[in-house]
Design a protein. Structure first.
Length: 276
């Protein structure tokens, strides 16, 4: 190699090294808020950053860079049920099984998941818009009474963007969602009830997927000191999820943005191969 070629090669390597450091610094900055944020979504979100800093990097090279620096997200597995469907209350039919979902606030899906505390368990009730995947209501407490899910639904109703639309509320057949208290509350607010008919989680796949996302991407899977900490972390997680997390199912847009649109193809996650 000639001296000129050698210096040119060294200058190129030095430029690469500086760009790598810039990229890694930005990735760590995003991962501080969203530790389990997927690499492909990171790559998409960093495109304006690449353009601003005149960085040319393909997807495969970006994956390799994160792999070399131990920044790829490891997959986790977990499953725990919080549903008691063996009760005396009336169970509604599944009203969304063949329904074409075309807009926000057409169908809300709800579910309950648990959060470990140092000396107890907390239970998180979520209400999610099926079309936009936006979490519109939530409540976390150390009990699983009907009050838990009613408060989450109250928040969702209060924050509606399209109050004139008829909403179907879809959930599993848990006692909280089939109780007279919950039924009366939804009747007063002109909400139609719908329930899964089997134990298959894919009958309420959107709600199940959102539960998992919050727990595994935003730290709610960990054992937390107390309820107050869990409440603060949940509030922060919901904000980040709604306003910053890109979804493959939303054409790499955020739920908050899609919630106001009507031109995104709806995906239900019924296929196990579906990505969120």
């Amino acid at each position: 190699m000639s001296r000129q070629g050698f210096h040119k090669r060294m200058k190129h390597l030095q430029k690469d090294s500086l760009q790598f450091e810039l990229i890694l610094k930005e990735v760590r900055k995003i991962r501080q808020l969203q530790p389990k944020y997927g690499t492909l979504k990171l790559f998409k979100e960093l495109q304006p950053f690449f353009l601003k800093n005149n960085i040319k990097m393909g997807r495969d090279r970006f994956f390799k860079l994160l792999r070399w620096n131990s920044l790829l997200v490891k997959k986790s597995k977990n499953f725990t049920t919080t549903t008691n469907s063996k009760h005396r209350f009336f169970k509604n039919p599944n009203r969304i099984i063949d329904l074409k979902i075309t807009q926000s606030e057409q169908v809300w899906v709800s579910d309950i998941t648990y959060v470990k505390l140092q000396n107890d368990y907390a239970y998180l009730a979520l209400v999610t818009d099926a079309y936009s995947k936006k979490i519109v209501g939530f409540n976390i407490d150390t009990h699983m009474r009907t009050e838990l899910v009613v408060k989450a639904l109250k928040m969702a109703i209060k924050q509606r963007s399209f109050p004139q639309r008829q909403i179907i509320h879809h959930s599993d057949r848990g006692v909280q969602y089939c109780s007279l208290e919950f039924e009366n509350f939804t009747l007063k607010n002109n909400i139609i009830l719908s329930n899964t008919q089997n134990s298959d989680p894919y009958e309420n796949a959107v709600a199940e997927r959102i539960n998992r996302t919050l727990k595994y991407e935003y730290g709610l899977k960990e054992t937390l000191p107390d309820l107050r900490t869990a409440q603060k972390m949940t509030q922060q997680a919901v904000h980040l999820y709604n306003n910053h997390r890109l979804h493959f199912s939303l054409e790499l847009q955020t739920p908050a943005n899609v919630h106001l649109l009507e031109n995104v193809e709806y995906k239900s996650y019924k296929s196990k191969k579906m990505l969120i």
